[in-house]
Design a protein around this ligand. Structure first.
Ligand code: NAD
Length: 256
């Protein structure tokens, strides 16, 4: 059982990461929340989770665009039985207009950070004799869409890294898997609705209907709770032989 384990969830002061932290805490996992800010609200999130669930919860500031800070997050955590690489950003633009700084930031935060945290966490998992690495990739780790070159590249990279780490740890009581969500209505998606509308020259409502949910045969958004449940499953004993693979939670998107 996961009770008493310690989880580090990157990018967890909002959206999917926060939902995963809450679900793991309800299952008795001590959680370390993270983002690049260091506000009273950030620390209050950890205090609230500790209050509500009785686990230990801490917030550690670390910028996942910086390799040293990725590794320092794991070092400061002290223990990392469960690593959830969730931090991610998006930018929507045609590739010939794609701002170089946005490309670099997306590759760093969405892909490279998982390399650095995984490299730092594996020795701790080996010492503890148990580990679970869950990378929050995307349906865009398996399929492409126009105007998302950096994101699609980074997420495909994460899926490749997941397979490699699964193989490198196959003989150990450690697994590494990727969850590939379809669209979830979090701040990340809300923020790209205006850009998507502009790129396609349509209204924001039409962008949701015709572009965003057009990908998702269920015609419904995936929920944070559904993803948190999937992560908890991957951390369970039932998933001990599930490694180096992807689990799509995408309303049928990748079946197409
Ligand atoms: P979100 O914007 O609500 O959350 C992103 C989190 O990452 C936030 O906590 C943010 O503070 C953090 N973050 C951003 N830059 C950071 C940095 N430099 N260092 C540390 N933390 C940083 O978005 P979300 O939808 O919850 O996204 C979470 C993950 O799920 C991302 O990897 C995203 O690509 C993936 N995802 C989201 C969807 C979706 O539809 N929302 C679909 C598939 C995959």
């Amino acid at each position: 059982s996961v009770k008493g384990k310690t989880a580090v969830i990157t990018g967890s002061n909002s959206g999917i990461g926060l939902g995963i932290a809450e679900e793991l805490a309800r299952a008795g996992v001590n959680v370390i929340l993270n983002s690049f800010t260091d506000s009273d609200e950030d620390h209050a999130l950890a205090a609230r989770i500790a209050d509500e669930t009785g686990v230990q919860a801490r917030y550690i500031k670390a910028d996942m665009s910086k390799p040293d800070e990725c590794r320092a997050l794991i070092a400061q955590a002290g223990a990392c039985d469960i690593l959830v690489n969730n931090a991610g950003i998006q930018h929507v633009a045609p590739i010939d207009e794609f701002p170089q700084d946005k490309w670099d930031a997306i590759i760093a935060i969405n892909m490279n950070s998982a390399f650095h945290t995984t490299a730092a966490a594996l020795p701790l998992m080996r010492k503890a004799g148990w580990g679970r690495i869950v990378n929050i990739a995307s349906a865009h780790g398996l399929r492409a869409s126009p105007f998302k070159a950096a994101y699609v590249t980074a997420k495909h990279g994460v899926v490749g890294m997941t397979k490699t780490v699964g193989l490198e740890t196959a003989k150990e009581p450690i697994t590494c898997n990727a969850v590939c969500p379809g669209y979830v209505l979090t701040p990340l998606v809300e923020a790209q609705i205006p850009d998507t509308a502009r790129q396609y020259g349509i209204s924001e409502d039409a962008a949701i209907e015709q572009v965003i949910l057009a990908k998702q045969p269920s015609k419904d958004f995936v929920t944070v709770e559904q993803l948190a449940g999937t992560v908890l499953y991957l951390c369970s004993d039932a998933a001990a032989q599930v490694t180096g693979t992807t689990i799509s939670v995408d309303g049928g998107w990748s079946a197409q």
